[in-house]
Design a binder for this molecule. Structure first.
Ligand code: PEP
Ligand code: MN
Length: 363
């Protein structure tokens, strides 16, 4: 036992990532305990997760085993020493979790979407000492996510984590909940002190992309993972396609390439600094050029206003779009990137000219 503990602390030193794993739902005593014992064997899991109350799209499905599952989790903790994490959706769930010695709770994606529910939960969190994780709301809106985190922080919770589990999207995607990585990146910018965890299971919706999502998340400097695992995924009552066995989790963990944000004594540090200086200089030039471009756009706007010409000249815009994409591609730039960039540039030009047009004062 003590030997295993040492191995674990060694591993933690090398990757420093928090790992939360366990079944989507605690279904039976044997399934819960069986999964936990295998996870414990891996020596890399910090928290055992299990859904006790399950939000389901339609009535009639398995809605979780409820408080009797908390009894099983108490046993898991006693038997394996793993800490326990459970999803809560209302104040009575929080009371029950505290009664049964749950070590960490989380607010799920279907609850975090509703500020009324979150307010209720936040009131119940006053005085609670355990950490709280906040899954991103299903809507792709970073402010909604920030709002939940703020409410939990304002309730006085010391340790708060954000969990990225992907977003609902109308667009067809291979993922069940496309990751829209720009949103967690923006969250990190807005709330740099909140550790960000990634839940590749709910992003992927299948086993297929879990490894690649985890690796990408590491490259974006996440602080840990919540990964669903089940002793027999094919028999799981919820999220059966996306759960992996504890053995598969062990293999996956070994395949990941862990990275650090600031290598302290790496020989190529100086080289990185030099390249970053170049990037700073190039960005400065890009900003200068953008400013020049927008100032020409303004002059153009005055003329269009004076001569009563429409702001949008679709033929000109189509030509610009085609020409810049061709030129950019010749320079080795990705066409999707070019399209997005040109659209943003054009939107800003239109905005500037519209503002000019609406300004009644003589310019
Ligand atoms: C879960 O973790 O099992 C769950 C229901 O997740 P989410 O809230 O992200 O859908
Ligand atoms: Mn699930």
């Amino acid at each position: 036992m003590s030997e295993k503990k040492e191995v674990k602390s060694e591993q933690q030193k090398t990757n420093n990532l928090l790992l939360i794993s366990g079944p989507c739902s605690a279904e039976t005593y044997d399934q819960t305990m069986g999964t936990a014992l295998l996870l414990k064997e891996l020596n890399v899991v910090d928290y055992f997760r299990a859904g006790v109350w399950k939000p389901r799209t339609r009535p009639g499905g398995f809605q979780g085993a409820g408080t009797k599952a908390l009894e099983w989790l108490k046993d898991v903790k006693k038997e394996t020493g793993l800490k326990i994490a459970v999803e809560v959706a209302n104040p009575s769930h929080i009371d029950d979790c505290l009664k049964y010695g749950v070590d960490m709770i989380w607010i799920g994606a279907r609850t975090s979407v509703n500020p009324f529910s979150v307010d209720e939960i936040a009131r119940a969190l006053q005085g609670v000492k355990i950490p709280v994780m906040v899954k991103n709301p299903v809507n792709p809106d970073v402010n909604l996510w920030v709002g939940v985190l703020e409410r939990v922080i304002n309730a006085g919770i010391d340790k708060v984590y954000a969990v990225h589990r992907g977003f609902y999207s109308f667009q067809k995607s291979s993922y069940s909940n496309p990751p829209l990585w720009e949103i967690p990146i923006e969250l990190k910018r807005l709330m740099p002190d909140i550790p960000l965890l990634c839940d590749p299971s709910h992003i992927s919706g299948s086993k297929n992309f879990i490894l690649s999502i985890c690796q990408h998340a590491i490259d974006l400097d996440v602080q840990g993972f919540m990964i669903e695992s089940h002793i027999a995924p094919e028999k799981a009552l919820t999220d059966s396609k996306q759960q992996i066995t504890p053995q598969e989790l062990g293999k996956l963990w070994k395949k990941l390439v862990f990275k650090s944000q600031f290598p302290e004594k790496l020989a190529h540090n100086e080289k990185i600094d030099k390249l970053r200086e170049q990037i700073d200089e190039i960005d400065k030039n890009i900003l200068d050029m953008l400013s020049q471009r927008m100032s020409v756009v303004k002059d153009l706007g005055y003329l269009k206003k004076q001569q009563k010409i429409t702001i949008l000249q679709i033929k000109r815009w189509s030509n610009i779009f085609k020409d810049r994409i061709e030129k950019g591609q010749e320079l080795g730039l990705n066409s999707e990137f070019l399209k997005e960039l040109l659209e943003v540039l054009h939107q800003e030009s239109i905005r500037i000219q519209t503002e000019l047009k609406n300004n009644k004062k003589k310019q």
